[in-house]
Design a protein around this ligand. Sequence first.
Ligand SMILES: Cc1cc2nc3c(=O)[nH]c(=O)nc-3n(C[C@H](O)[C@H](O)[C@H](O)COP(=O)(O)O)c2cc1C
Length: 232
Amino acid sequence: MATKQMISALVKSRQSIRAFTNQAISQHELQEMLQLASRSPSGTNIQPWKVYVVQGNKKIEIQNAVKQAVIAVSENPEQKGWYEAAFQYYPKQWFEPYLSRRRANGWGLYNLLDIQKHEKQKMQAHLLRNFEFFGAPVGIFFTAHENLHASAKMAIAMFMQTFMLVAKGYGFDSCPQAAWNDYHKVILPLLGAEPDEQLICGMALGYADPQHIINEYYTPRIPVQDFAVFLD
Ligand SMILES: Cc1cc2nc3c(=O)[nH]c(=O)nc-3n(C[C@H](O)[C@H](O)[C@H](O)COP(=O)(O)O)c2cc1C
């Protein structure tokens, strides 16, 4: 049985990694990690997750298709409406305290990358790295049947966290990526998905690049007393 110290160290060791080496992951390890992550709970054990693991040429094909779509939107903003996630992920209008936390997160990353407020092109270039899985050799897409609604999204979120912790145990790092969701109309056909599948999230997986400064960003958390209510 894992000790308190082991669990604590594992949980604290996971952080979103945004620069990877190109070292591949074996098929055997990928399968083992997915099997372990499938121990995640799901309402009435429906196990709604479908997982696409993309590597090599398929990964490049998807990256290129999405980057083309991103460029098309930047050149013709009217196309933006067509590229929208199948479900609303963030609020249309941000509000406090989330707005400040979100800004702090952005600036934490931009400061490390030495990107200043007016340097929109550099910001855009950083965001585009999402669509290269930040250089990771493995990209993952999580999908579910669209009629499963919130049950699938909650279960997949749990699957993803279990998977990311399992991956740490195997020596790998990850970054969950909702950035892909807006491009589901481009991605799903390239995955060979069924028409009733919904893209829930993407993820980058690989070995962290220890040289890259962006991986030094370790995010803060608010203390328990600021988010937990104990009633007796
Ligand atoms: C569902 C979900 C989607 C996310 N999507 C992205 C993304 O598209 N791109 C990105 O760089 N980070 C993404 N992140 C990572 C968050 O920014 C990160 O989890 C948060 O800042 C906390 O940092 P940590 O993961 O290092 O603890 C996502 C995280 C979650 C949980």
